[in-house]
Write a protein that binds this ligand. Structure first.
Ligand code: SF4
Length: 115
């Protein structure tokens, strides 16, 4: 069962018009955004080499401290811009952008265990 069944009534936009972006230097991988999303747009995973190389110095330290665990946008086409993920994030790591300027879906490789 998706979270959608729990929170069906407050979506703001047509699916996919806006897409969440995760600030990789802010996310600490606690996952409240994943729990909050009514449409299963987000999932927890591990940073891959590409994401790690783009981190700031402070971001690298934080990522290491949290086992490189972060939130990923796995179903961008389903986002209805309700903002629940933004409100749930204690680190203010999520913003919504119009889909024409947003990144595409993050691949499964991005959130697989790199071991
Ligand atoms: S705004 Fe956030 S919580 Fe709402 S549907 Fe989009 S990803 Fe999910």
């Amino acid at each position: 069962m998706t979270n959608a069944a729990l929170h069906p009534s407050h979506c703001r936009q047509a699916p996919g018009l806006f897409i969440p972006r995760i600030n990789r230097n802010r996310c600490e991988g606690k996952g409240p955004c994943v729990e909050a999303c009514p449409l299963d747009v987000l999932a927890m995973g591990l940073l891959g080499p590409a994401e790690r190389s783009g981190l700031s110095w402070v971001g690298r330290i934080k990522a290491l401290a949290h086992g490189h665990r972060q939130a990923f946008v796995v179903r961008p086409e389903a986002c209805a811009a309700c903002g629940d993920c933004i409100r749930a994030c204690p680190k203010h790591a999520i913003t919504l952008t119009r889909s024409s300027t947003a990144a595409p879906s993050e691949s499964a490789q991005d959130w697989s265990d790199p071991q």
